[in-house]
Ligand binder design. Structure first.
Ligand code: ASP
Ligand code: MG
Length: 329
């Protein structure tokens, strides 16, 4: 049964990469928290993973780490008040120390993964700090504890262990207070021995899709800076056509052949769980975007409304409860 009130909202690097776009993210999340219970997944700040890719083979890691630190400190100074800025700087100083240490461990087979994972570990507490400042009880969640990849010595694009991942995400979510707004790190995972791994470039969509399936969300909103999915990159190809609707089955198979330019596995978990995906633009939130619907949606809606009705009746018998308040709002 789906969690009808729960939505996964994923924000890509460009959405969290500037002060203006972070402001848009805050207002979108504010609107959503009034209507549903969101689970937010974030990418690294735009350009940060590219910088980390350079860092992997750099002969001068200190310069790049200093650049990385400055990018996040500047952002924190621009958006966080003094108290939250101190907390954030304290958090990232530990993460940057770990990164520095990793860079010097040339024999570590997980060195590359550990370096690449740093961007999301730095962005999630920034977004969580900002949302807490804005009146939410936001909490940065390190997805390495929840997304499990199969053990493998080297290379990126690790294969996800769906069963373990789903079990962990479902257990985490059922223990999470409904008053907490989780801000989950995209892209990062760990193998069954606890080594840090990453899901491949663009992997935050995959993370969001895994979370949507794991918590059985009603919907996965993929927020980006383009208003939907196009036949080609609209910034490069003039006259590229936009899809208003797509079948999840079609989107998934086109994406696997890299036609949509997203992570190849991005739709796999939501396809299996029949969860609709909505690709929307933070620059134009009132736009239609592209709605990607599973073939089985009518059946799902019926199931969901039956569940809501049963839930509401149950809450009425139980007297006033937070569940009743939420289902009837
Ligand atoms: N930060 C990672 C990347 O740039 C993952 C993502 O953004 O989805 O590839
Ligand atoms: Mg990115």
């Amino acid at each position: 049964m789906s969690n009808a009130l729960v939505k996964v909202l994923k924000f890509g690097g460009s959405s969290v990469g500037s002060v203006e776009s972070l402001g848009r993210v805050v207002s979108i999340i504010k609107g959503e928290t009034a209507a549903c219970r969101p689970v937010v997944v974030v990418s690294a700040l735009s350009g940060v993973t590219d910088l980390l890719v350079q860092l992997v083979d750099s002969a001068d890691p200190e310069t790049l780490i200093a650049k990385l630190a400055k990018r996040h400190i500047d952002m924190a100074e621009a958006v966080l008040d003094q108290r939250r800025r101190y907390t954030y700087l304290h958090t990232i100083s530990g993460i940057l120390e770990g990164l520095r240490d990793r860079c010097h461990r040339s024999a570590d087979p997980f060195r590359t993964d550990g370096i690449l994972a740093t961007g999301e570990l730095l962005s999630a507490p920034l977004v969580a700090g900002l949302l807490t400042q804005e009146g939410n009880v936001a909490q940065a969640i390190d997805a390495r504890k929840l997304v499990v990849t199969r053990a493998r010595d080297t290379g990126e694009d690790h294969e996800v262990d769906f069963v373990q991942t789903e079990i962990r995400i479902a257990a985490w979510f059922s223990d999470l207070s409904r008053f907490v707004l989780p801000i989950v790190t995209g892209y990062v995972a760990s193998d069954e021995h606890g080594n840090t791994t990453v899901l491949g470039r663009g992997g935050s969509d995959y993370t969001a899709s895994l979370f949507a399936a794991g918590i059985n969300a009603a919907k996965f909103d993929r927020w980006t800076d383009v208003d939907g999915l196009y036949t080609a990159d609209p910034n490069k190809v003039k006259g590229a056509g936009k899809f208003l609707f797509l079948l999840l089955e079609d989107a998934s198979s086109w994406n696997e052949s890299s036609a949509l330019g997203m992570h190849a596995e991005a739709f796999t978990p939501v396809l299996e769980a029949c969860i609709p995906v909505h690709v929307r633009s933070t620059r134009f939130p009132q736009g239609d975007g592209t709605l990607i619907l599973p073939r089985l949606l009518p059946g799902r809606i019926e199931r969901d409304s039956r569940r809501q009705l049963a839930h509401a009746n149950h809450s009425i018998q139980d007297g006033p409860s937070i569940d009743k308040h939420l289902t009837s709002s």
